[in-house]
Design a protein. Structure first.
Length: 172
């Protein structure tokens, strides 16, 4: 019996398959980045060392500058927690874009995401809530958006925000 391998090549008029940029994907998803908020204490929102950018913990800041607050499992349903994680990812991408001089094409890989969900003692769906962030990062950055991740529950976060997420990004 013979086995055959079929290779499918996709080309466009330039001969190379063009992948959409992060900015194009954000636009396609109807997502507008926000003006990054200022640190609330004596720290930096982003620190670059070598080819890594460390983003401090960000919260779920909405376009109007207010935050999504409350405990998931008490004040917020899981779906609202997922939306808070998505809003936090938008905040992180906004800060990252500013740190990179407006050029998200410099992102080589989202390396690590750590998330803390403000939740009740009995809440167990922290990973599901964090999918709001992870799914958006993959939707925007494609394979470069897949990352290692930690999802933790906590009984309190600053200003009662629903979620706090930090991120490590490899850049050019």
């Amino acid at each position: 019996m013979r086995h055959f391998t079929i290779i499918l090549l996709i080309t466009c008029s330039s001969g190379v398959y063009a992948q959409k940029s992060a900015d194009e994907k954000l636009k396609e998803l109807g997502i507008e980045l926000i003006v990054p908020t200022k640190p609330v204490a004596n720290y930096a929102k982003a620190v670059r060392t070598g080819n890594l950018v460390y983003l401090s913990g960000h919260g779920p800041t909405k376009a109007d500058g207010t935050d999504i607050t409350g405990k998931v499992g008490k004040d917020l349903k899981v779906e609202q927690g997922v939306e808070a994680a998505k809003r936090t990812a938008i905040s992180l991408i906004s800060t990252l874009k500013m740190e990179l001089g407006g050029d998200l094409s410099r992102v080589k890989r989202i390396v690590k995401v750590n998330g803390w969900v403000n939740c009740t003692d009995t809440f167990r769906d922290q990973p599901r809530v964090m999918n709001g962030c992870s799914d958006l990062l993959v939707a925007v950055f494609g394979e470069k958006g897949k990352h290692a991740r930690t999802s933790l529950g906590t009984n309190s976060l600053p200003s009662n925000i629903a979620i706090e997420i930090e991120m490590i990004v490899e850049v050019d």
